[in-house]
Design a protein around this ligand. Structure first.
Ligand SMILES: CC(C)(COP(=O)(O)OP(=O)(O)OC[C@H]1O[C@@H](n2cnc3c(N)ncnc32)[C@H](O)[C@@H]1OP(=O)(O)O)[C@@H](O)C(=O)NCCC(=O)NCCS
Length: 303
């Protein structure tokens, strides 16, 4: 089920697993393989993860299952699940004509998530196991600067699309955009390139799904950021690509920890001590210290 101890490091490197974690993962491999109960749990997790691989919108409760692993494996158990699932994901990618480069850069988000975990907790582990189920199930692809998740248009965004005259079918396929961390700036040219790559990629690899609309749900689309940032900043220019994805009258839920998580690396940091080195850091912290809230912004644009 798992690659042998000599092969494991190169597979971990392909998944961009941070160097600091590799020796521990190779050493702990025996703790997994020597215990039939753990091997069974691993097999069940992989089986649940890849069941109906490629199907959109299937929720796999991976975070609940990995919590059943022995404490000695700690948050590393999730890594073995993804490593054991890898041959299935790669086979699915090959079947769809996903190139080896796109496949590798997509699945390297495992290492990015582990870097996020280390930045926040100072230890090895996967920060959000659930997030990576999309990658390993063939739903999400990194194409240049952005990640594109095959998704279905929600009721509210569908209504917002329909208002503009573009006929939106309920639950029609759409691409949900994500902006990975640890990837430099979000320049308009990098986004344009990424969108061009996506148009070609999805037409070629998923010709039976017609993607007419891109959507995004992110703290980066909170319109209040415009009040704090330079109009030429990449974040404001990114916002300008989007049409509003919600009715103006709709009451949003505060999501103050979202920008704190993505700007400072830890959603639980006390607001009083947040640094003020860049304009986004000042915007996020000053607004919260003044008693304001941040919200998830929702947007869409035609592809
Ligand atoms: C999205 C992202 C790439 C934008 O960075 P960018 O291209 O530099 O954005 P801008 O040009 O708008 O930045 C404006 C200013 O804010 C700073 N800034 C932007 N993002 C920052 C961040 N995450 N942390 C600290 N400072 C940041 C920039 O350095 C710049 O500072 P300055 O005006 O003092 O020189 C960056 O915020 C990032 O990597 N975020 C993490 C990923 C994320 O949030 N994804 C969305 C998840 S829902």
């Amino acid at each position: 089920m798992l690659p042998d101890a000599d092969t494991l490091p190169e597979i971990l490197l392909d998944l961009a697993v941070p160097h600091q974690d590799i020796n521990d993962l190779v050493a702990l491999r025996r703790t997994v393989t020597a215990d039939t109960g753990v091997v069974r749990l691993l097999e069940e997790c992989v089986e649940e993860l890849i069941r109906d691989i490629g199907e959109v919108g299937v929720e796999v409760p991976l975070h609940e299952r990995v919590a059943e692993a022995p404490a000695a494996l700690g948050p590393y158990f999730t890594v073995y699940v993804f490593v054991a699932a890898l041959p299935h994901t790669r086979a699915y990618h090959r079947e769809r004509g996903v190139t080896a480069d796109v496949s590798r850069r997509t699945l390297a988000d495992l290492g990015r998530n582990m870097a996020f975990h280390r930045r926040r907790h100072g230890t090895g582990g996967v920060e959000v196991p659930q997030w990576l189920t999309h990658h390993f199930r063939g739903e999400l692809y990194q194409l240049g600067r952005l990640q594109f998740e095959r998704a279905r248009l929600g009721r509210r965004t569908g209504r917002a699309v329909a208002v503009t005259g573009l006929e939106a079918m309920p639950a029609e396929p759409c691409l949900n955009l994500h902006i990975p961390d640890f990837y430099g700036s979000l320049s308009p040219a990098a986004c344009d390139r990424s969108l061009d790559l996506a148009r070609e990629f999805f037409a070629r690899c998923f010709p039976h799904e017609r993607y007419r609309v891109a959507v995004c749900h992110s703290w980066l689309l909170d319109p209040q950021l415009k009040r704090h940032l330079d109009p030429d900043s990449n974040i404001v220019r990114f916002q300008e690509r989007f049409e509003p994805g919600r009715d103006a009258g709709e009451e949003p839920e505060p999501a103050d920890t979202e920008p704190v998580r993505f700007v400072f690396g830890d959603p639980d940091l006390p607001v009083g001590g947040l640094p003020r080195r860049t304009s986004v850091e000042r915007a996020v912290g000053d607004h919260l210290r003044a008693g304001g809230h941040w919200y998830i912004g929702h947007g869409w644009f035609p592809l």
